[in-house]
Design a binder for this molecule. Structure first.
Ligand SMILES: [Zn+2]
Length: 307
């Protein structure tokens, strides 16, 4: 499998979730073996950042990449899910501000933009980090289990004691062809949490146009859900985006239960600290048959997620 970049530069802008201010974003082609490179423009000038588990700050809202004191960029996960979902290895991302626009709360706009930019197949073989031993990573009933697999397979379950959510499960064998199954699933939150955040000056750009918002009884968005299991699909989207903080695309089968940005990043840091659990390899052509995608039966007894 060869590396990919985009064919041409493309620009967009949109409101940031934290600030509510307009943020500009430019995607530019990059040479093979460059990886994904952020150029963050702020008061300090332009700083360059490369994804890495140790450069991630997790908040309850989003994944932030950057330095404690210095350049940082928030809400990278949905855009990075689009980058991985489309199989882009090399790209420059110019950010004029300190966060990625929230768009509609999913990866759909980024997929459309990158599709408009066009994908270019490059000469060099794709380098991946392949899980080579089973890993069980658990925190307070939430877990990520990883095992070797020729691809990126996610089996995710969630359980929220809420009439619109309940127990949901979805599996995805990620390829550019299957990615649309999760790409337009929106982020979700509870009205009480959104109000509390906005009182603290956070999530100022959060509204019904860029998130599914729930009160005690149901979904407040007048258009309703895009799919009944939009919640679990979004958890998979977040996982894809958060795993893109590893320097190389990961390859493995991942079983997730009630994961969030914090757990996802702890898992990546664990992999970074244990290089014996994975191998750096060139990606061969996939040997498996048609990609598998199915909503499997719900788990019998899933522990309730805390939130
Ligand atoms: Zn998300």
């Amino acid at each position: 499998m060869q590396q990919r970049s985009i064919k041409r530069k493309i620009r967009c802008s949109g409101a940031g979730l934290h600030s509510g201010q307009d943020v500009g974003l430019v995607f530019r082609p990059a040479a093979e073996n460059s990886g994904i490179i952020f150029h963050v423009k702020g008061a300090h000038g332009v700083r360059t950042l490369r994804p890495g588990p140790e450069l991630v700050f997790c908040t309850s809202l989003a994944t932030t990449l950057g330095l404690q004191e210095g350049a940082r960029v928030s809400t990278v996960e949905h855009m990075m899910a689009a980058v991985r979902g489309l199989g882009i290895d090399n790209m420059h991302i110019d950010v004029e501000g300190c966060e990625i626009p929230i768009m509609d709360g999913s990866a759909a706009v980024f997929v459309r933009l990158l599709g408009e930019a066009g994908l270019r197949v490059q000469g060099a073989q794709r380098r991946v980090a392949r899980i080579r031993e089973s890993v069980r990573f658990e925190r307070e009933g939430k877990y990520i289990n990883a095992e070797p697999y020729d691809g990126f397979f996610v089996d995710c379950s969630i359980s929220f004691p809420h009439p619109s959510i309940g127990a949901q499960r979805f599996c995805l064998d990620l390829t550019p062809e299957t990615f649309p199954e999760v790409a337009n699933a929106r982020t979700f939150g509870f009205l009480r949490d959104v109000e509390a955040l906005q009182k603290r000056g956070l999530a100022l750009g959060g509204n019904l146009g860029n998130a599914v918002v729930l009160d005690e009884k149901g979904v407040l968005n007048p258009e309703g859900l895009r799919r009944p299991d939009e919640f679990v699909r979004h958890k998979i989207l977040d996982f894809i985006g958060d795993m893109a903080m590893f320097p190389l695309p990961l390859r493995g089968k991942f079983r997730l239960h009630c994961t969030g940005h914090g757990l996802n990043n702890e898992f990546l840091r664990h992999l970074s600290a244990r290089p014996d659990l994975w191998a750096r390899e060139s990606e061969g052509y996939p040997q498996r048959e048609t990609p598998r995608l199915y909503p499997p039966p719900l788990p019998r007894a899933a522990a309730a997620c805390a939130g």
